[in-house]
Design a protein around this ligand. Structure first.
Ligand code: 5GP
Ligand code: MG
Length: 179
């Protein structure tokens, strides 16, 4: 495993992103929606850097299953969101923008609940992977096309608690999937 983004770099990048988000939403009714599970560490740090009134919600949208690093079906649970979304500005927060399909599928579903606007913030954008005509509005860091873990991102449900972002070596993925 090799470290890509240190704790210190994460702090700086998230502070910068929070500044941009604050400027965008000052004086507006904001609802921040974290995409489970990977966004929870970013969400907790980000909202504490936003000194503006906001609501917090969560949606489930898992596309990675077990030791498979390829996307599976997206599981969404949007039932309870309506009153926090209708007429409000919505900021979706996710851990990483890879192919873009997660946000591409999620945004129209949020749109159906009648928000004033929907934007997205991601900690990481993986370079050269996007397959949709959509870009996150707020991006913390660019990462190379490698499998990354830490700061909320998992491999096989592990490593979310690492305080930094690291890339797994190909042999580490191979080794663990044989366990
Ligand atoms: P997308 O739909 O943009 O292809 O993928 C977004 C989701 O895939 C992320 O929220 C994350 O759960 C998962 N994902 C994509 N790339 C990685 C990666 O390198 N590491 C981990 N842990 N998850 C990833
Ligand atoms: Mg995810």
């Amino acid at each position: 495993m090799k470290t890509l983004i240190t704790e210190e770099q994460l702090r700086e990048g998230i502070r910068r992103m929070a500044g941009e988000i604050q400027t965008c939403y000052e004086g507006k009714p904001l609802t921040v929606i974290g995409v489970l599970i990977g966004s929870v560490v970013l969400l907790a740090d980000l909202i504490r850097l936003l000194p503006i009134p906001l609501k917090v919600e969560l949606v489930q949208a898992r596309s990675y299953r077990n030791n498979n690093t390829r996307p599976g079906p997206l599981v969404l649970n949007l039932d309870l969101l309506s009153s926090s979304v209708q007429g409000r500005d919505v900021l979706l927060v996710d851990d990483i923008f890879d192919t873009g399909h997660t946000l591409w599928e999620l945004i129209p579903q949020i749109d159906e609940l009648g928000p004033a606007s929907v934007r997205s913030a991601v900690l990481l954008e993986k370079q050269g992977r996007c397959e949709v005509s959509l870009k996150p509005n707020f991006i913390g860091f660019q990462v190379p096309d490698e499998f990354v873990v830490g700061y909320g991102l998992d491999y096989n449900d592990l490593y979310r608690n690492l305080p930094y972002v690291a890339a797994l070596e190909p042999h580490e993925i191979q080794k663990e999937s044989n366990l």
